[in-house]
Design a protein around this ligand. Structure first.
Ligand SMILES: Nc1nc2c(ncn2[C@@H]2O[C@H](COP(=O)(O)OP(=O)(O)OP(=O)(O)O)[C@@H](O)[C@H]2O)c(=O)[nH]1
Ligand SMILES: [Mg+2]
Length: 186
């Protein structure tokens, strides 16, 4: 019996901590991290594991969960992607193929208009389920966290999770949200 593959693409701006989140979810170093923007170029695809889905007991169904870490698409308010050629093509293909998107926002930079537009396009035109995370929350205080979370949730009309790939705050909640969605037959 062949299992369905469930692909999760991690997207967001350059340097937001997408690869760091991927590593935190795997609990090991699977994707290159550096302080320089533009580190991830070609999509980095890694097999996470097998998961039982649905409530069927006699003939349980399984999916193979795969994460895909993408390079940063836009820088700040720029509307055209920073990637070019085959890297851009591959990145678009992975977004198109994804069964779920993790939209990473840099907690220090906030949400840009380019990503707000992309979020709505992916949600409404392409019908992608999206989990929003605000990363680097270790760098912002309680008030800033609340303000940014409220703003993001209002603009994207979606729940946002505050996480830190560095301290692992919120990473278990993110994993739980992902698994819950897949298990319930997403
Ligand atoms: N303080 C803090 N720094 C973080 C966090 N997550 C990532 N960083 C740092 O941010 C920088 C970029 O992290 P990456 O994971 O490479 O970011 P990326 O989004 O994959 O970057 P590109 O592949 O270049 O688009 C590195 O210096 C990380 O150590 C976090 O939660 N808190
Ligand atoms: Mg990266």
């Amino acid at each position: 019996m062949e299992n369905k593959i469930f692909k999760i693409a991690i997207l967001g701006p350059e340097n937001a901590g997408k690869s760091s989140i991927m590593n935190a979810l795997f609990g090991k170093y699977v994707s290159l991290v550096s302080e320089v923007g533009g580190t991830t170029k070609m999509p980095v695809k890694r097999y996470w594991g097998k998961l039982k889905v649905g409530r069927e007991k006699k003939q349980p169904k399984f999916v193979d969960v795969v994460f895909v870490d993408l390079g940063g698409l836009y820088v700040r308010e720029k509307q055209s992607p920073i990637m070019v050629g085959s890297v851009l093509e591959q990145t678009y293909k992975e977004i198109d193929d994804a069964d779920m998107i993790i939209h990473v926002i840099d907690g220090k930079e906030g949400l840009s208009k380019s990503f707000e537009r992309l979020h709505h396009l992916l949600k409404f035109r392409y019908r992608k389920p999206i989990i929003v995370v605000i990363n680097k929350c270790d760098l912002i205080n309680g008030d800033e966290r609340r303000q940014l979370k409220n703003y993001v949730e209002y603009r994207l009309n979606n729940r946002a999770l505050l996480v830190s790939a560095l301290t692992r705050e919120g990473i278990d909640d993110l994993m739980e949200a992902i698994l819950k969605y897949i298990k319930e037959g997403g």
